[in-house]
Design a protein around this ligand. Structure first.
Ligand code: NDP
Length: 315
């Protein structure tokens, strides 16, 4: 049978390119988990993804009710779940004030981390039941959350501190909207959320890999300077960022190439290592990359996991 893969945020950018790359192999049925049903349908159609190889299902990661509803709807569809890709993200670099999810968490960490945290925890049981040979949970990371790299050292740097803001629920009433308890900074909130994504992947590996055989992995697909992720940025930035990445940092990848990379992590028989973070070199060959000190801190990963469980109502 075909493998079944859920991709969150498959309505544009990396998620859409990955859906297309997987559909073209003929080996996958893609569940596009998207907040805007019509946009996702249109995107799939204009990308030329064959009708029989995808299903769009509604998921708004900025609402935990929606995450629970999605998991139930998926279960009711009767499809086995073989691979889950946590790809969706919001990035609000120019926001002066924080925005909040339905439950009142700061929007970037609430969507990118907490929404995916609940989703992957709820769907783990479904994955355990699948008889697929290489089951995987892939969480898209980023170089920007990784302070052992040049890009990760552009201020404001990711820093989760002692997690006091996260423990306080990331809202203004109890504490601050930032994980470390500091003042709101949209660019930093995004980077912090990506550190949480990478820590979550490793904590999943420690807790569940041996018992379930599921591969847990993260990746940095390269700088895809053309995606909607930068839609909130000032126009001059959006004009100059792609050529800057292409010719100066040379970290630029096309959406198509990035989609192929994520598709490898989903289905390539040689990329089965668990607990790892994939990157690609200049020749587009994959290798296991090092994470920064904070993004590989096991004690912090455990704490983020435990606090997140409380926030999403699992503990
Ligand atoms: P896009 O903005 O193109 O895609 C993000 C996707 O997330 C969109 O489909 C968007 O939906 C979806 N999304 C946002 N909020 C929600 C929500 N509340 N519920 C459900 N879906 C939501 O950006 P990219 O393709 O660039 O980003 C994809 C991933 O790649 C992210 O995890 C990002 O951190 C990562 N990444 C990107 C890099 C880059 O250079 N672009 C570099 C490294 C990592 P909608 O279409 O409705 O807006």
């Amino acid at each position: 049978r075909k493998g079944n893969v859920i991709i969150t945020g498959a309505s544009s950018g990396l998620g859409l390119a990955t859906a297309k790359a997987l559909a073209e192999t003929g080996k996958w049925h893609i569940i596009m988990a998207c907040r805007n049903f019509l946009k996702a349908e249109r995107a799939a159609k204009s990308a030329g993804i064959a009708k029989e190889s995808y299903t769009v299902m509604h998921l708004d990661l900025a609402s935990l009710d929606s995450v629970r509803q999605f998991s139930e709807n998926f279960r009711r569809s009767g499809r086995p779940l073989d691979v889950l890709v946590c790809n969706a993200a919001v990035y609000l670099p120019t926001a002066k004030e924080p925005s909040f999810t339905a439950e009142g968490f700061e929007l970037s960490v609430g969507t990118n981390h907490l929404g995916h945290f609940l989703l992957s925890r709820l769907l783990l049981d479904d994955m355990k039941q699948s008889d697929y040979t290489s089951k995987r949970v892939i969480i898209v990371g980023s170089i920007t959350g990784n302070t052992n790299t040049l890009a990760g050292n552009v201020p404001p740097k990711a820093n989760l501190g002692d997690l006091r803001g996260l423990a306080g629920g990331l809202n203004r009433l109890n504490s601050s909207p930032m994980i470390d308890g500091g003042d709101f900074d949209g660019a930093k909130a995004y980077k912090d959320s990506k550190v949480c994504n990478m820590l979550t992947m490793q904590e999943f590996h420690r807790r569940y890999h041996e018992e379930t055989g599921i591969t847990f992995a993260s990746l940095y697909p390269g700088c895809i300077a053309t995606t909607g992720l930068f839609r909130e940025h000032i126009p001059l930035f959006r004009l100059l960022f792609p050529p800057f990445q292409k010719y100066i940092t040379k970290g630029y990848v096309s959406e198509e190439e990035a989609g192929k990379r994520l598709a490898q992590v989903v289905g390539d028989p040689s990329l089965t290592n668990s607990g790892v973070y994939w990157s690609w070199n200049k020749n587009s060959a994959s290798f296991q990359n090092q994470l920064s000190k904070e993004a590989s801190d096991a004690e912090k990963a455990r704490k983020v996991w435990e606090i997140s469980e409380k926030l999403v109502g699992l503990a």
